[in-house]
Design a protein around this ligand. Structure first.
Ligand code: FE2
Ligand code: FE2
Length: 257
């Protein structure tokens, strides 16, 4: 059923800081720039996951179950690969004096592997193969992995990981009109809430790595580019997954400008 009240004609437009002039980018304090990146990702998450932006289509139960399993298998894969490799690399790249941050990243790796286990349990409940070794990656996920692999600093990696994907995912549970609250049964939603309870410290890891790299125009632009590339690809993947669960988008997707 379509809720016409909230349908917007114009897309949500988020700032493309990578295209801003040097002067404009440096007008922010480091803290303001970090917050600007946070809000850009959160605004995208709130828009992308808002059930009022979609019209629902009744699917055959088996078709819905297949789409849900595909979504959970992709999430299980992402918890493992986006939650361990990037963080291990950040621990390696950070300077020796960042002991506290390195320990917090090690704790994040532990959490993310647990998140994989949570999705694996849910997959078993739905009678699906839970092993990520058996998961065939969609092309866009390969691209997202590449965006994280091609950056050279812990901070840019944070901009394309903890300070991008993890912020967007927080809208799954903290957005009142989250579309996942409609598609998921109680047990799956509770599992996602359990996972999301671990996320604030992970986003804080991202925040602190972003803040370490906010001093020059070059650094700020590199952070903006890494986050923007990842968010664009992520939006495409998540939009495709949501639609397959039984809906069509009635508002344009967010755009960068
Ligand atoms: Fe996670
Ligand atoms: Fe996380």
């Amino acid at each position: 059923m379509q809720n016409t009240d909230a349908v917007q004609e114009k897309p949500l437009t988020v700032p493309s800081y990578s295209k801003w002039t040097d002067e404009a980018v440096m007008k922010f304090t480091p803290n303001e720039f970090m917050q600007a990146l946070y809000h850009r990702a959160k605004d995208i998450g709130d828009d992308l996951y808002d059930s009022r932006k979609y019209e629902f289509i009744k699917l055959e139960p088996e078709v819905f179950k297949d789409a849900l399993i595909t979504y959970m298998r992709r999430r299980a894969w992402s918890e493992w690969y986006f939650g361990t490799v990037a963080q291990a690399r950040q621990i390696t790249l950070l300077p020796d004096n960042q002991v506290d941050l390195k320990l917090r990243l090690a704790r994040q790796i532990r959490d993310e592997v647990r998140h994989y286990d949570v999705f694996a349990q849910q997959l078993k409940r739905f009678g699906s193969e839970p092993r990520i070794s058996e998961f065939v990656l969609p092309e866009i996920l390969v691209q997202m992995q590449k965006i994280q692999m091609e950056v050279e600093t812990a901070s840019e990696l944070a901009a394309a990981n903890q300070f991008a994907g993890e912020i967007v995912l927080s809208s799954m549970t903290d957005l009142e009109t989250s579309i996942f609250k409609i598609f998921f049964d109680k047990e799956l939603m509770d599992a996602v809430i359990d996972i999301e309870n671990d996320e604030p410290p992970h986003i804080a890891n991202g925040r602190d790595m972003v803040l370490l790299f906010c001093d020059t125009v070059d650094h700020r632009k590199r952070l903006a580019i890494a986050q923007e590339k990842y968010l664009r690809a992520m939006m495409q993947l998540h939009f495709t997954e949501i639609v397959k669960l039984g809906c069509r988008r009635v508002a344009p997707l967010p755009v960068f400008d």
